[in-house]
Ligand binder design. Structure first.
Ligand SMILES: *Cc1c(COP(=O)(O)O)cnc(C)c1O
Length: 396
């Protein structure tokens, strides 16, 4: 099989991160693992299976389509559909068949949904309250107006939640304000008979920032995949990166001083330079924002990205690594002290690590660690081809 790159997914690290987060919670606080966007690019089916086997209480996807993937993987864990479902009979039937819990995010859609739930049936839902994200969810007033439908309609309001906008900021002001708004909204609903079992608010940042945000359940995504929303957040919680994004050197050339590299010649050799070409680019999810800013690791050392990243190629300066050879395995990001940190790369690319993780192209194979030798010897199985592509026959 020809491969430009591979994502090695460390499912043991995923399970260990879940345990580490569990230990940071008071007993009885549930964990809802967010596996939207193909589990942040890690592969929703395998991640959901691992999390379920490790005793996660809930899972969350963005859509019914994603929920289908989780259920097809044989995972029966309670599942929240954060984006809700469309108000159609078919969607309600599928939600029931998959045994998933859609969020209610909008007053009109909730009214429309109520008309398509089959008579005699009650759809289990979680109410999403907007307490300051201003993106999706019912305002507290809209939720109040829906009370007759929530109390007497075809719904079982099993949960109520909100989403934090700034829990990764150093100042607790914003999240205390959101927490207070959430408490008021849920107390108002309770006073008129809408008393959900589960109240939840915290994403990874909220989980790591403040115990007051944990309530009945927390909803981490990023932290499960081994990253902190801010480098100093929750330093006492031990997390390890789950994804390693790796490629290989396809060619090495020596450039005389003054030679321009890549589209636009945005980088020029100042000295005689050994330049290595990697067969990945932004089409595989190695963000163009890392042009002249990223760093990779090979043979335990760092090498800078030089020149613009193109669709299928990236160039790195390996002058300081004279032992570098075509076929060497190259870490774009991953775990371990020598691997570049995806969150730091996100900053370097003027985006966030989340976008890099979720941006790895579907064409890049996700391989559970242990199914592929990640020792340097595995590069012996790579062979250069005339188009510069690396052919790798160790992957399954
Ligand atoms: C994505 C998402 C989360 C998880 O956020 P992280 O920052 O990755 O922990 C939690 N709740 C909701 C509603 C989300 O959309």
């Amino acid at each position: 099989m020809n491969a430009r790159a591979v994502c090695v997914i460390d499912l043991d690290a995923l399970a260990a991160n879940l345990s580490a987060l569990r230990r940071a919670l008071a007993p009885g606080v549930r964990i809802c693992a967010v596996v939207k966007a193909d589990a942040y690019g890690h592969g929703a089916a395998t991640c959901a299976r691992t999390l379920a086997a490790s005793g996660v209480d809930w899972l969350a996807t963005a859509s019914l389509e994603e929920a289908r993937v989780v259920r097809s993987a044989g995972v029966a864990t309670p599942l929240l559909v954060l984006g809700g479902i469309e108000p159609s009979r078919a969607a309600v039937e599928e939600a029931c068949r998959l045994d998933v819990v859609p969020a209610l995010l909008d007053a009109d859609e909730t009214a429309a949904l109520a008309t398509v739930v089959p008579a005699g049936q009650r759809l289990r839902v979680h109410l999403k309250i907007d307490t300051g994200m201003s993106r999706a969810g019912l305002t507290p007033t809209e939720a109040r107006d829906l009370v007759p439908l929530l109390r007497d309609g075809p719904f079982e309001v099993h949960g109520i939640y909100s989403h934090l906008a700034c829990a990764d900021a150093p100042d607790p002001g914003s999240w205390r304000q959101q927490l207070a708004g959430f408490e008021v909204a849920s107390a108002d609903l309770a006073a008129v008979g809408v008393r959900p079992t589960l109240r939840h608010l915290a994403n990874s940042a909220g989980l790591l920032a403040d115990h007051a945000l944990h309530l009945d359940m927390v909803r981490p995504g990023l932290a499960l995949y081994g990253h902190r929303p801010q480098p100093d957040l929750g330093a006492a919680v031990n997390l390890s990166p789950v994804m390693e994004f790796a490629t290989w050197i396809s060619q090495i050339r020596t450039l005389p001083p003054g030679t321009g590299v890549g589209y636009g010649w945005t980088w020029r050799a100042r000295r005689q330079t050994r330049l290595a070409t990697l067969p990945v680019g932004y089409a595989q999810g190695y963000s163009r924002g890392l042009s002249n800013r990223g760093e990779v690791a090979l043979r335990g050392q760092r090498a800078p990205v030089v020149g613009n990243i193109s669709m299928e190629h990236t160039t790195i300066d390996v002058t300081e690594i004279p032992e570098a050879r075509a076929g060497d395995r190259v870490l774009l990001w991953g775990a371990g002290p020598e691997a570049p940190d995806v969150m730091a790369l996100g900053c370097a690319a003027e985006t966030i690590g989340y976008e890099l993780l979720t941006g790895v192209a579907p064409s890049v194979r996700r391989v559970p660690r242990g199914h592929l030798s990640d020792a340097p010897e595995s590069v012996a199985k790579t062979t250069g081809r005339e188009d510069g592509e690396v052919s790798f026959d160790g992957s399954r």
